[in-house]
Design a protein around this ligand. Structure first.
Ligand code: DC
Length: 228
């Protein structure tokens, strides 16, 4: 009898710190496999976006819970893009500023934010044929994933990549600022009590520091049944 994965495609997860190359690699891998690409960071960025718009303090638990329960979050998977909607309004293009990045890392440490976003992500496990990218894909959201990767890179490499992206996206900042922001976010993401960033016990760990995107994708394909 065919398994679920054979019929619909595998569920593949990629976790790792900022700048390790998750998005580029996840997109490239999804495209090679003809799979959908799910960027779950977009949801945490969307929460940051609504918090900023509402002008509330994210330490105010009651205000945060009221806000989160009154907002409709929706994502739709387009080719290589996770389109993000708040109350049916698309905000995909407004989520990459340094300010939203910082605030996203802060709200991502709040357990009720993670609980609110969990079902929105977990429903994709029924579909298969997905490459899902984030920080807790293999550990919490999709513990039953078919193949799990954890992508790392040294701090210098990650700083250089993020700095290039920031400049390209019209958010000029100095390299030391980029490095500091990455270190701060890493510390937040790794040390939080709920779903901290760490490799799942059954994840394949790949260091992308001296690899091209194509080389990382080739290494990943070697772990995917029928694609080596
Ligand atoms: O991948 P990204 O930079 O777009 O993620 C934005 C923030 O959201 C990041 O600081 C960590 C957090 N995040 C998370 O905690 N869990 C996820 N599954 C995805 C992102």
């Amino acid at each position: 009898m065919e398994t679920f994965a054979q019929r619909r495609g595998f569920l593949i997860t990629i976790d790792g710190p900022a700048g390790a190359g998750k998005s580029t690699t996840a997109r490239a891998l999804a495209s090679r496999l003809g799979y959908a690409y799910l960027d779950t960071g977009a949801l945490y960025r969307a929460v940051a976006w609504v918090v900023r718009r509402a002008g509330i303090d994210c330490a105010d638990v009651e205000a945060m819970e009221t806000l989160l329960s009154s907002v409709d979050f929706h994502v739709s998977l387009d080719e290589g893009v996770t389109r993000t909607f708040i109350d049916k309004k698309e905000i995909t293009g407004q989520l990459r500023s340094p300010e939203i990045s910082r605030l996203a890392s802060t709200v991502a440490a709040l357990p009720y934010v993670r609980d609110r976003l969990l079902p929105i992500q977990a429903r994709f496990s029924r579909e298969g044929g997905i490459v899902a990218e984030g920080r807790d894909m293999g550990t919490r959201v999709f513990p039953e994933a078919d193949v799990k990767f954890f992508l790392e890179a040294d701090l210098e490499t990650r700083t250089a990549r993020r700095h290039r992206e920031a400049v390209r996206d019209g958010h000029p900042e100095t390299q030391p600022d980029t490095r500091r922001a990455i270190e701060e976010r890493d510390a937040n993401d790794r040390s939080r009590a709920t779903a901290p960033l760490k490799p799942a016990g059954d994840a394949v760990v790949i260091d992308s520091s001296s690899l091209t995107v194509e080389q990382v994708v080739e290494r990943m394909l070697a772990w995917i049944p029928g694609h080596s």
